[in-house]
Ligand binder design. Structure first.
Ligand SMILES: *[C@@H]1O[C@H](CO)[C@@H](O)[C@H](O)[C@H]1NC(C)=O
Ligand SMILES: *[C@@H]1O[C@H](CO)[C@@H](O)[C@H](O)[C@H]1NC(C)=O
Length: 319
């Protein structure tokens, strides 16, 4: 963005990037900013495409009521511009720290109508809201307190967006009292597994985070607010199940729920299995992150879970 482009985006975004000068960060927090850039650039692509679809009345994205249509377009114009500033700011921090800015990949979006597109936006925003908690955790652990408020301002901002996405789809704006924790590893994996065209990223290999194997949620949505066995599938690279394999659910700020892999069936390298989703005892509304782990020792936090994850995250939404 040149200065003139930025002036235009600032107006559309209803504000500017922080103007206090970029922080100097250590390696671990640089990794967080690289991930934020990677995610925000994806979000810019998604909302640019969505705004195009709504503005041009693409089939599935038409809004009949002119007042409602204006409201949605106004919101999407602001969100698209705000995401551009989030992405630009993250890359500016990388540049100021002599780290190569993250470049855009090619993306594929699975949605072909407005309702599903906003539901998807709500899900990936839930992952971001959880992941920025992780970014704050790392900043605080590394003694980089100065950046914590800026990340906090973005968490609130993305939460406001999510209230709009949820409200449009007739859900209550705020999903639950304490939003679901995620980690940098889960966010990077989810973005790569769900949206990135494989091999299309110029420099995402500079982001030192794993991309886990994909864990598919086979049970069709919407997932009901009841105790139930959910069905998952995963590609198996070994003929037998590795010992210690378990399914873990992360919801809210509660300690991870560890459960057994039930009835695994291997069909030509694709393993289907079930897992007990204990909705009632934990009131698991909003996002639940499900992953397969290879060890269940001392899984007290999302960080602990990420260290032993072999596949995931499957993203489960109960609304
Ligand atoms: C925009 O519409 C096209 C055509 O239906 C679709 O393929 C694409 O996924 C849509 N974009 C979003 C963000 O939903
Ligand atoms: C378990 O998974 C972690 C993370 O993928 C990996 O580093 C570790 O080597 C695995 N351990 C075993 C025993 O397979």
């Amino acid at each position: 963005m040149n200065a003139q482009q930025k002036d235009t985006v600032n107006v559309l975004a209803h504000g500017t990037e922080p103007n206090g000068g970029a922080p100097t960060l250590g390696k671990d927090d640089i990794l967080s900013i690289q991930l934020i850039a990677f995610n925000e650039i994806f979000e810019v692509a998604f909302f640019t495409d969505l705004l195009f679809n709504v503005t041009n009345n693409v089939q599935g994205f038409e809004i009949a009521d002119p007042t409602e249509r204006n409201k949605v377009i106004n919101a999407l114009v602001a969100i698209q511009a705000q995401e551009e500033l989030h992405a630009d700011n993250a890359n500016a921090i990388l540049s100021a720290n002599n780290v190569a800015p993250i470049q855009a990949c090619k993306y594929q979006f699975p949605t072909t109508d407005l309702m599903h597109a906003l539901a998807l936006a709500s899900t990936f925003t839930d992952v971001v809201l959880g992941t920025l908690q992780d970014v704050q955790f790392h900043l605080a652990t590394n003694g980089a307190a100065g950046v914590v408020p800026i990340i906090g301002s973005v968490i609130g901002q993305e939460g406001e967006q999510n209230g709009f996405f949820r409200n449009y789809n007739d859900q209550i704006p705020s999903a639950k009292p304490f939003l679901t924790r995620s980690t940098r590893e889960f966010a990077f994996s989810a973005l790569n597994q769900n949206f990135v065209v494989p091999g299309s990223c110029p420099n995402s290999n500079t982001i030192d985070l794993p991309v886990f194997q994909t864990l598919n949620l086979v049970t069709p949505g919407p997932i009901q607010p009841i105790n139930q066995q959910l069905t998952f599938s995963v590609h198996a690279d070994k003929p037998t199940q590795p010992s210690g394999t378990a399914l873990v659910f992360i919801n809210g700020q509660n300690t991870p729920i560890v459960t057994t892999v039930v009835n695994p069936q291997n069909n030509n390298g694709e393993v289907t299995f079930e897992g007990n989703f204990p909705y009632v005892a934990n009131v698991m509304d909003g996002l639940t992150i499900a992953v397969l782990v290879n060890s269940t020792d001392n899984l007290n936090s999302a960080e602990d879970v990420a260290k032993v994850t072999i596949a995931g995250p499957a993203l489960i939404e109960v609304n």
